[in-house]
Design a protein around this ligand. Structure first.
Ligand SMILES: [Zn+2]
Length: 220
């Protein structure tokens, strides 16, 4: 399929929008992706239990990586400072728990990315290998934090219906903010998250303006 499109934009007086003057050539066929089918809605009681399990697991996940101190694994053990503990509930099909633990671990590891100095106590310890160098410790923590947060968001989307998801999202956000506020490494994460949220809101505003302009253009 070939589609050739030539276009130029002009801006009419008194409008914030440019008007696209477009000319198509060739055998253009407009394609649209099908909307994903919504997941079947579970009974309210089941949805509520799943939401509560996710939130309880999130609370556990926030401090779970530091259980290495009690297990004698050496602080910042790669076994607990990674995505691994979030995958364990999957052995019992506990996806709601896995979702919460992944979210909690993601927030914990994000804060661990900002120690005063990435030396000694702060570096990641691999079993049978020992401490990773500073740069690799940063990379380990950052990659596992990003993977855990993305996985938690993906699971939350698949597991929870929109209303439950909104409740879980708000409660999880409050728990994460509380944790980051009280953790020494949490402040840079809050600043970073604030910057990303600001950029996302700006990009969304621009997209809405662009869509409004396109609709105005189509009405002409
Ligand atoms: Zn830690």
């Amino acid at each position: 399929m070939t589609l050739a499109r030539e276009e130029r934009r002009v801006r009419p007086a008194g409008s914030r929008c440019g008007v696209t003057v477009a000319k198509r050539r060739g055998s253009g066929v407009r394609m649209s992706l099908d909307e994903p089918k919504p997941a079947p809605t579970p009974p309210p009681a089941v949805a509520a239990v799943a939401a509560l399990v996710t939130l309880a697991a999130l609370a556990i996940g926030l401090t779970l990586p530091d259980v290495d101190l009690r297990l004698g694994l050496g602080h910042r053990s790669a076994l607990t400072h990674s995505l691994l503990p979030a995958l364990l509930p999957l052995a019992w099909r506990g996806r709601a728990a896995a979702c919460g633990i992944a979210g909690g671990i993601g927030v914990h590891l994000a804060a661990d990315c900002f120690p005063r100095r990435m030396t000694g106590y702060a570096t990641v310890k691999l079993p049978l290998h020992g401490a990773l160098p500073p740069l690799e410790s940063y990379a380990w923590l950052a990659l596992n934090a990003a993977a855990a947060l993305l996985l938690a968001a993906w699971w939350a989307r698949r597991l929870h219906a929109p209303a439950a998801r909104a409740f879980v999202g708000l409660a999880a956000l409050a728990a994460a903010l509380h944790y980051l506020w009280h953790d020494p490494g949490g402040w840079p994460v809050l600043a970073l998250a604030g910057g990303v949220a600001f950029a996302a809101v700006r990009a969304r505003g621009s997209a809405l303006l662009r869509r409004g302009c396109e609709e105005e253009e189509q009405e002409r």
